[in-house]
Design a protein around this ligand. Structure first.
Ligand code: ADP
Ligand code: MG
Length: 238
């Protein structure tokens, strides 16, 4: 586990300024929810943390390590996307172990970690199935399992529930929170859903047009929004 420090990160695509001086300190074990309207730069921020996009300027530190110029595979963090593409021809077990296998982890160690993650996520009984035989919620749990087995320093989750129906979303949200309590791994969770933010976050970071509007504990943000945008976003029914 490790804290994450983001210092003065900016990102432009051509003339479009997508992130404007984004700075944030995340404590070891904290669950931070990054929230804001579509297009405000949430996914871009996560991709920069994961090393999938390069910042135009600024610095990212994970634990004690400056990772700004490291490739994704060297950052010890795991990302869970909304489109949790699983390999259709591989079983759940092999889907979960695939990344470890590519890294050269021993078969016995892969089996140990996959078994443990499957137990935590209650998908032990699905390990020999293929993705097409799973429900959307089960697939999302496999995607989480794939991240867990890597035993990363931090999780980055980009709207992981947005492909699930409303009922399953509430259920899976509670599972992710429980998982966080159990594993205690630093997590940055992106959503455009203020209810998810309010129920899951240790702290909410609310963004608009590439800029942070407020960083606060959910209750405080609700009681003392920094501006009208925050008040409107947090106060509107989810
Ligand atoms: P969010 O995840 O908050 O919806 P994004 O980070 O995906 O927002 O996108 C922020 C802005 O950056 C949007 O205006 C989007 O169109 C733009 N953008 C994202 N990726 C690229 C890219 N590869 N090239 C050009 N513009 C991009
Ligand atoms: Mg996005």
């Amino acid at each position: 586990m490790a804290g994450i420090r983001i210092e003065h990160v900016t990102k432009s695509y051509g003339g479009l300024s997508v992130l404007k001086d984004f700075s944030l300190d995340i404590a070891d074990g904290e669950f931070v929810v990054l929230v804001g309207p579509s297009g405000c730069g949430k996914s871009t921020m996560l991709k920069i943390l994961a090393g999938l996009e390069e910042a135009s300027s600024g610095k990212v530190t994970i634990g004690e390590r400056d990772v700004t110029d490291l490739s994704p595979g060297d950052r010890d963090i795991a990302m869970v996307f909304q489109n949790y593409a699983l390999y259709p021809h591989l079983t759940v077990r092999k889907n979960m172990g695939f990344g470890l296998k590519m890294r050269g982890t021993e078969a016995a160690e892969i089996e140990r970690r996959v078994t443990e993650a499957a137990r935590i996520l209650a998908i032990d009984h699905l390990l020999d199935r293929r993705p097409r035989a799973l429900s959307g919620g089960q697939r999302q749990r496999v995607a989480l399992g794939r991240a867990i087995v890597r035993e990363p320093l931090a999780f980055l989750m980009d709207e992981p529930l947005s492909n699930l129906d409303a009922k399953l979303r509430v259920h899976t949200r509670a599972e992710i929170s429980a998982l966080h309590k159990r594993l205690g791994v630093t997590t940055i969770y992106v959503t455009h859903d203020q209810t998810e933010a309010m129920t899951m976050a240790d702290r909410i970071v609310i963004m608009k047009d590439g800029e942070i509007q407020q960083i606060a504990h959910p209750d405080l943000m609700f009681r003392e929004p920094a501006n009208l945008f925050v008040a409107g976003f947090i106060g509107s029914p989810g």
